[in-house]
Write a protein that binds this ligand. Structure first.
Ligand code: HEC
Length: 166
C-alpha cells in the first residue's frame, strides 16, 4: 500500500513536470508569457477598420490601480498592458453584430523603466495564434513595436485611452 502511494505520488509529480514542459516559450527578448492574463481586468476595447480586427485591452493589478488613480502618464513600473486580437466575425443570431472570430494574437507591454531604457521603459512581447508562438526572430523585433508606438510618446507610448465607465 505504501509503495503504491509512493508510486502514485511520483506519477503525479512526473505528470505535472510534463505539463510544465508544455509551458509557452518566452519571447526572444526573454519576457515570459504571463499565464494569468485571462484574469486581468478591462482597460478598453478597440475595433481596427484597416485590418478588420476586434481588440480587448486589459491590465494587471498594477495597471488597473494606475488607471483608477489616474496615474498613467507615466505608467508606473510593474504595470502590464495586454491586448487580445481577433478577426471580426458576424454574429449568426444577429447579423448586424460584429463579434470576435479567429484568435490572431495576444501581446503585452510591461513597464520597467530601468530594464527597458532603449524602448521608452516598456518591454514588448507578442505570442501568435492559438499555439502561442513567440513573435520575432530575435530580440530586435521590439524596435518594430516601439517604432510604431513612438508617435504617442506624449501618452507614455500608449495608444489606448481607458474607457469611461460609471
Ligand atoms: C503598425 C503599428 C504598430 C506596431 C508595429 C505595433 N503596435 Fe501596438 N498598437 C498599435 C496601435 C495603433 C494600438 C492601439 C489600437 C489598438 O487597440 O490596436 C496599439 C496598441 C497596443 C497595446 C495596447 C496598449 C496601447 O498602446 O494602446 C499593446 C500592449 C501593444 N500595442 C503591443 C505591441 C507589441 C508587443 C508590438 C510588437 C510585437 C506592437 N504593439 C507593435 C500600433 C502598433
Amino acid at each position: 500500500m505504501k509503495n503504491l502511494m509512493i508510486f502514485l505520488f511520483l506519477a503525479a509529480s512526473f505528470l505535472s513536470a510534463a505539463q510544465a514542459s508544455e509551458i509557452v516559450p518566452p519571447s526572444p527578448n526573454g519576457i515570459e508569457f504571463p499565464k494569468n492574463y485571462k484574469d486581468w481586468r478591462l482597460v478598453s476595447t478597440s475595433h481596427r477598420l484597416d485590418n478588420s480586427t476586434l481588440r480587448v485591452i486589459v491590465g494587471n493589478d498594477k495597471a488597473i490601480e494606475a488607471v483608477r488613480s489616474n496615474n498613467i502618464n507615466p505608467w508606473p513600473d510593474g504595470a502590464i498592458l495586454g491586448k487580445m486580437v481577433w478577426k471580426e466575425a458576424t454574429m449568426l443570431s444577429w447579423e448586424k453584430a460584429v463579434v470576435p472570430g479567429e484568435f490572431v494574437h495576444v501581446e503585452f507591454m510591461e513597464k520597467d523603466s530601468k530594464k527597458y531604457p532603449s524602448t521608452g521603459g516598456w518591454g514588448f512581447a507578442r505570442w501568435k495564434g492559438m499555439e502561442l508562438k513567440p513573435y520575432g526572430q530575435n530580440e530586435s523585433f521590439v524596435f518594430e513595436c516601439f517604432g510604431c508606438h513612438t508617435p504617442v510618446k506624449e501618452s507614455d507610448y500608449v495608444f489606448t485611452h481607458t474607457s469611461t465607465m460609471p
